[in-house]
Design a protein around this ligand. Structure first.
Ligand SMILES: Nc1ncnc2c1ncn2[C@@H]1O[C@H](COP(=O)(O)OP(=O)(O)O)[C@@H](O)[C@H]1O
Ligand SMILES: [Mg+2]
Length: 263
């Protein structure tokens, strides 16, 4: 008989040939007061993968994303990004690491008194030494990428929810992020807009080869964007499957979560 052993928390690299995961959570615990949110979470995201995180509301999906960029620290355990423990590195290194990560907040988080172009340009103005012409060219290119060419002068208040979300995405991409975190990119959008955001997420992952983590509760989003789906419940992953297996899974939590039949 084989002994059953729990996976060891380790920071060892995988055997040669395999790429180290871009994101690695090991035994991450996080509580707020006496409320345990993450309860020993283990999670690896390999390069180039689009991982979808599903789970009930208030289960710690956004908290998990915040740990990736060091906006929250675990009470126990490690969070490594590109092989670096985000809670051990120097502040300067963390700032450099964050520049490689795009974060699409739920509401797009645009600044209302800046026009679209200036919103998208903001990370470049803050963090680069590019001149205005170079900034202009980069911003216009990203706006084209999200299928919103030529809207530099529009104000956020004049845009639909879907357009705001796409501008937020252009801004998340402006520093040529290698990893993008999407927190409920479909929230508040009608089905048509929601579908076009899904297409865009998939397109960006494919054409730019970006590693992506997407928090969503929509099956339509899973179908279009996911390579792999995890279900987070009570602070741990209760399901971790490739997309098609997830969608067809008879696991009771998957079924109740998708709220339908596999067929
Ligand atoms: N900064 C915080 N302080 C206290 N409680 C928090 C904080 N951030 C999140 N929480 C709590 O942690 C739980 C998980 O939150 P969250 O990750 O936002 O859930 P979701 O899975 O819906 O994204 C919620 O109960 C939330 O109230
Ligand atoms: Mg959330």
């Amino acid at each position: 008989m084989e002994e059953t052993t729990k996976p060891q928390a380790t920071t060892e690299r995988p055997a040669s040939g395999e790429a180290a995961p871009i994101i690695r959570f090991r035994g991450v615990h996080k509580s707020f007061g006496d409320k345990v949110i993450l309860d020993g979470l283990d999670l690896d995201v390999p390069e180039g993968q689009t991982l979808v995180i599903m789970g009930p509301s208030g289960t710690g999906k956004s908290v998990t994303l915040r740990h990736v960029i060091g906006l929250m620290q675990p009470d126990q355990g490690q969070v490594e990004v590109w092989g670096k423990d985000v809670n051990q590195i120097a502040r300067k290194e963390l700032v450099a690491l964050r520049k490689r990560i795009g974060y699409l907040f739920q509401d797009g988080a645009l600044i209302n008194w800046l026009n679209v172009g200036d919103n998208v340009a903001l990370p470049l103005r803050e963090n680069s030494k590019l001149d205005e012409a170079e900034i202009r060219e980069k911003v216009e290119h990203k706006l084209e990428l999200v299928h919103l060419p030529g809207i530099w002068d529009r104000m956020p208040g004049e845009l639909s929810g879907g357009m705001r979300k796409r501008v937020g995405l252009a801004r998340a991409l402006i520093t040529d992020a290698e990893l993008i975190l999407y927190d409920e990119p479909n929230a508040g959008l009608d089905p048509e807009m929601s579908g076009s955001i899904n297409q865009l997420i998939a397109e960006i992952a494919d054409t730019l080869g970006i590693t992506s983590v997407v928090v969503t509760h929509l099956q339509s989003c899973v179908r279009v964007v996911a390579d792999r789906v995890v279900l987070l419940e009570k602070g741990r992953l209760v399901v971790d499957l490739p997309r098609d297996e997830f969608l067809a899974s008879k696991h009771p939590r998957v079924r109740s979560f998708l709220g339908d039949d596999p067929d």
